[in-house]
Design a protein. Structure first.
Length: 486
């Protein structure tokens, strides 16, 4: 399996090279040359680790299948407490795919626990011995998941950049207290898009690449622009379908709809890949918060990133430039020149418009909707009071949009992307309780109010020493990459 750039299909690389490099030299994203077709029934009979290995080897064809099997078995076992890809009933034929049972209590763990192994093995496959410098822009969850996965991995250094004031306090502390000799964390003045743009500029700067090469260092990414982030996320769509099959809720071939809270479009794009591989995915419903740039695009075909930015109670979705939409545009148009022109227009003007045929093709699979802040709170309260289901703010966005897009007789799986205890003040307030300023006090009160126990990895942050407190401008990300002290 070869991979090529969304902006220049002539740039073809192996899976190992795509994972090591992260982003193509001219700024495009790597996509697979084809969508492998799998025996869905056979895959759905596998336990999660074996299922992951089966999906991974379809794309990572230059990796030893035995290595992929070992890595999947190591990652998706104890670290997820037996709940990898856990599907929970909510009400009727609506389900929650709980993706937060991993070490950092967010869905990013599925990829970022595995990616360090994929990176190290990719370098071995390629005979590469240089140091890898990973730069990560995060809206909250990716940063901690990447730090947890890559800390103290030999031959790797990682720097994470998050928007100052743009995460929950729990998310910030998860990053600021991270242990490891090869990690660094910076708050960036501005929003996530400012941090993400700063990181992308570093990747596109040939002079920086040359300076780093002189020090035997190469850049890579752990954001969802890296193919190694997307491929592990395909697996849990198969896992959800498998559990519905085993429960007798669907017969093989019946469609299942998925509603995904997303800002950078990677998590829902993984569902599109699963569909293209043969999984009977019906509709993919894109759920946005008040930063509803994706909703507007999916309805009109016009993408406008230069618009009002809102800080919301679902900060991991506070994003205006959704990187992975570029991959979908390539798959739908089949044209690298068209995608390159659209991305150039976005960079220059902050907006682009796709052809009506492109929008129609996208709308064949994708639906959308968004939730205002009061609707998010109302959804948390309703799911708890009516169904006894406790969810976080991001998942609440998806529940709200899922109800708007529910089709009679078609099961709806909502991707639950983070533990409610990552956002205890917002969840507690939504339940009608007084929310104290301190997140840990709120966490305790949320436990009392619901009878649920906060994950130990979150509760254990209280009193932990903070290691990182630097605040920088987006323009200083380049200096960090070059090793200057800030």
């Amino acid at each position: 399996m070869q991979f090529f750039s969304t902006r220049d299909a002539a740039r073809q690389v192996s899976a190992s090279q795509a994972i090591v490099q992260g982003l193509s030299d001219e700024g495009g994203l790597f996509v697979p040359q084809s969508f492998p077709q799998v025996d869905v029934q056979a895959v759905c009979q596998l336990e999660y680790p074996a299922m992951a290995a089966a999906v991974l080897r379809e794309y990572l064809t230059d990796y030893d299948p035995a290595f992929l099997a070992r890595a999947a078995a190591e990652i998706y076992g104890a670290a997820f407490a037996g709940k990898a890809g856990f599907l929970a009933p909510v009400e009727g034929d609506t389900w929650a795919l709980e993706l937060w049972h991993g070490p950092t209590c967010a869905f990013k763990d599925y990829a970022l626990q595995l990616m360090p192994k994929l990176l190290v093995e990719a370098k071995r496959n390629l005979g590469r011995t240089e140091k890898t410098l990973i730069l990560v822009a995060t809206s909250g969850d990716t940063g901690k998941a990447a730090l947890d996965g890559y800390h103290d991995v030999p031959g790797v250094e990682i720097a994470v950049f998050y928007p100052t004031g743009g995460t929950s306090e729990i998310q910030r502390l998860q990053m600021a207290t991270q242990q490891g000799d090869n990690v660094a964390v910076y708050a960036v003045r501005g929003n996530f898009d400012d941090a993400q743009t700063g990181v992308k500029r570093v990747f596109a700067d040939k002079q920086i690449a040359e300076q780093l090469a002189g020090q035997n260092i190469r850049l890579s990414s752990a954001n969802s622009i890296n193919w190694g982030r997307l491929v592990p996320q395909i697996v849990y769509y198969f896992a959800a379908y498998a559990q519905l099959l085993k429960a007798g809720k669907v017969a093989m071939g019946d469609p299942v709809d998925f509603c995904v809270p997303t800002g950078n479009f990677g998590d829902i794009l993984a569902g599109y890949y699963a569909k293209r591989m043969g999984l009977p995915v019906g509709r993919l419903v894109c759920a946005s918060n008040k930063n509803n740039v994706l909703t507007d695009f999916l309805n009109t075909g016009v993408y406008t990133a230069r618009r009002a930015f809102f800080k919301t109670s679902s900060p991991s979705m506070d994003i205006l430039v959704s990187s992975n939409l570029e991959r979908l545009l390539y798959h739908v148009t089949g044209s690298d020149t068209e995608v390159a022109a659209l991305m150039a227009r976005l960079s220059q003007t902050g907006s682009y418009t796709v052809r009506s045929e492109t929008l129609a093709a996208i709308q064949e699979t994708f639906s959308c909707g968004y939730a205002e802040e009061d609707q998010v709170a109302g959804e948390i309260r309703a799911r708890w009071q009516q169904d006894g289901y406790l969810c976080d703010t991001h998942t609440a966005v998806a529940f709200h949009v899922a109800r708007q897009n529910k089709r009679a007789g078609v099961p709806m799986v909502v991707l639950s992307t983070a533990s409610p205890f990552k956002f205890p003040r917002s969840v507690l307030a939504a339940l009608g309780q007084r929310a104290p300023e301190n997140d840990f006090e709120a966490m305790g009160l949320l436990e009392q109010a619901t009878g649920r126990t906060a994950p130990a990895s979150l509760a254990g942050l209280r009193g932990k020493a903070e290691r990182f407190d630097a605040v920088i401008d987006p323009e200083q990300i380049a200096a960090v990459a070059l090793g200057y002290q800030i």
